[in-house]
Design a protein around this ligand. Sequence first.
Ligand code: BEZ
Length: 327
Amino acid sequence: MTRLKTLTLAVAAAALAATSLTAQAREFRLGLITPPQHLWSTEAEAFAQSLHERSDGEHSVSVYPAQQLGNEAQMVQQLQTGALDMAFLTIAEISNRIPDFGALYAPYLVDGVDHAAALLRSDTAAELFELMPAEVGLVGLGYGMVGMRQVLSRSPIESQADMRGQRLRITPFEPIRDFYTATGAAPAPMPLLEVYDALANGQVDAIDMDFDSILILKFYEQANNLLISNHMMFPMVGVVSGRVWRELSAEDRELIETTMAEHLENVLAGFQAMDAAQEEEIRQLDLNIVEADAEFFSEAIAEWEATWAEKAPMLEALREEAERLRQ
Ligand code: BEZ
């Protein structure tokens, strides 16, 4: 090879390397299942705005709330093929595919929203993200959450025995299905936006839900018994398609990662800030309220643990971390 040809190739290779390091303008799409007024959706819009500004107008993000792009199982498939770029997902569908994530739903793993947020900010919880690229082809950039889970029902629930045979709406995922099956209830998996009608037409007797959704989607209009149980936390994860991630420059990855993490942190802090006032607002409604703790569900918890301690080995490390955070 002549010296000139060698030099030309070297210049071309350097130019190619420089191009791949340069940020390229992208129009991203981000999907989620919550309605537009939900904090996840408003923070997704705020993330879109921040990314647009911080990339000096190079990148834009169109946000599709309220399951416009399909349910979470469908969105995960779109993320895997690269048809969808980003999503804010409950851990539900992820835990169906990576059982270790099910550990985050261990009953009474945390004491309330502050403890939940602290655990989700820990390095131990972040370790779970390492499983995502290989197992589902997604890159997890941080956690958000909603408030703790409660049970809203048409007839009163005063003991675990009252749950027997109740058709109880759950978000579609295995750890929660196993928990309610162990209580004697009949779990009915159903997406969030179908719950109001299902309660109204008697398709379900009770629902597993958080304070915020009970208020913003007005579920209290259709069922007036509330078991304040705080039995599980309900994390969310901000993800980017692994295929899309691989196409991005290091500079763009860094920008997306820091910007998304900031808005996910706003979600965690937002639910921490709203929780007490939402509980108070709910207590002011005309509901029959019963309180429950781990003792109330002791038999169901023992059954759940027997299955999930084995299925989700991360449970032990998360429990230790949760215990450290209590001190
Ligand atoms: C639910 O399925 O209950 C749910 C999903 C996302 C946000 C809040 C609640």
